[in-house]
Design a protein around this ligand. Structure first.
Ligand code: FEO
Length: 394
């Protein structure tokens, strides 16, 4: 239990063991942040994953008998935040679950229980005594039901998934753990969770422009309380949601007999000569969620594969499936690879790039068996073509 403001407590759980969050590698674990507001009407903001409930209840009991809780605000139905509601309601049978209209639908479908609901919409308020909760629906940040809760007069935004990070630590605040770490983890979180929902994020950022905030409390990771940290995370979200990228390349590949690897390295040399910072990721050795974190800041995406039975290697296929879902728009790129007797499967890679929102700015380069040096030189034209394009913004 950590007091984050007078009578406002973090009572969530730290999931030190988590290493994969539905496909997103979480080497540092994560947290499920829940908050206890002690007022005339004791209120919880969100809960935790089902297997962390005991940890949360222990923290609640340090401050209050759970039976006194009257509202459980469910900002988001996804079960990393709602998984503890059923257990809490057993301890707090008088409590009403406060959620968005889609939240009520989602919670009912997930838990199939006759809970007491209070459905709220954007702009609605709920007095809990000295304080008031103000709700703001933010559909698709991250699910249709998602909403944020703003606490007055403290000016605290409980933003749920928005502005979060999968990062387990003993510290609760970004300035304690290190703002650079918090921003780095927030970037990975945005890239892997929030990136497909850029338009809804832009709407939320627009709505927040006029809202004074003293603290941003996400449902994962560290809390943003210092003014510099609050502005930094909001300005990063603004850049990411508007697809602003750097003039840099990410080169992603897998290889069978080293030809595609040679091509990746040759592309790297071409980038270096062209003054384009580049990073190479061999997919066999790299988790796709780490590659996506690099894609977030890169304006140029180059993907290579050999042909296996006339298709991409499965590692590259998995990466492209993931990329298509995340849709990193307003980037340019190219494809490359090696083959033995048929180039037909490269069409599949090119189509997947376009479906991901990456414009193919140069013709793909596909080389047979083990290439001659002159054939590798043809990769220079890919970077020359890309260089001639204005692919970046600040
Ligand atoms: Fe952290 Fe969309 O749940």
């Amino acid at each position: 239990m950590v007091q984050i403001a007078k009578d406002i407590y973090w009572i969530g759980a730290v999931d030190w063991d988590l290493r994969n969050f539905h496909g997103y590698s979480t080497p540092q674990g994560s947290t499920y942040n829940a908050y206890l507001l002690l007022d005339e009407v004791p209120t919880l903001i969100d809960t935790v994953k089902h297997y962390c409930v005991e940890e949360m209840v222990r923290r609640v009991k340090e401050r209050i008998d759970p039976a006194r809780i009257r509202y459980i605000v469910s900002n988001h139905t996804e079960m990393d935040h709602s998984g503890g509601i059923a257990a809490l309601l057993k301890l707090a049978p008088e409590a009403v679950v406060v959620c968005s209209p889609k939240g009520k639908e989602g919670l009912s479908r997930h838990f199939k229980a006759p809970w007491k609901f209070k459905v709220v919409n954007t702009g609605e308020t709920l007095s809990i005594g000295r304080r008031t909760l103000r709700f703001h629906l933010m559909p698709m940040v991250h699910w249709p039901d998602s909403m944020a809760t703003y606490l007055e007069p403290e000016k605290i935004l409980f933003s749920n998934d928005a502005f979060g990070q999968h990062y387990a630590s003993a510290e609760r605040f970004a300035d304690e753990a290190g703002s650079d770490i918090a921003l780095r983890e927030a970037a990975k979180y945005y890239a892997n969770i929030v990136m497909p929902y850029a338009d809804p994020v832009c709407k939320v950022l627009e709505a927040l422009k006029t809202v004074p905030m003293e603290m941003i409390c996400p449902s994962h990771g560290l809390i943003w309380r210092k003014p510099d940290d609050r502005s930094a995370i909001i300005s990063r979200y603004d850049a990411w949601a508007h697809y602003r990228t750097e003039r840099r390349a990410v080169i992603v590949y897998d290889s069978m007999w080293h030809t595609t690897e040679m091509m990746a390295k040759r592309l790297y040399e071409s980038c270096e000569r062209a003054g384009i910072p580049a990073t190479i990721y061999p997919l066999r050795e790299t988790h796709i969620s780490d590659v996506i974190a690099e894609v977030l800041r890169s304006g140029i995406v180059l993907v290579g594969t050999p042909m296996l039975n006339n298709h991409m290697l499965p590692t590259v296929g998995a990466f492209m499936t993931y990329l298509k879902g995340l849709k990193p728009k307003k980037r340019i790129g190219a494809t490359f690879g090696s083959y033995g007797w048929s180039t037909a499967g490269f069409k599949e890679l090119e189509a997947a790039m376009q479906e991901s929102g990456i414009e193919l700015a140069a013709n793909g380069v596909y080389l047979q068996w083990i290439p001659e040096a002159a054939e590798l030189n043809s990769l220079d034209s890919v970077i020359a073509t890309i260089q001639s394009r204005s692919a970046t913004s600040s």
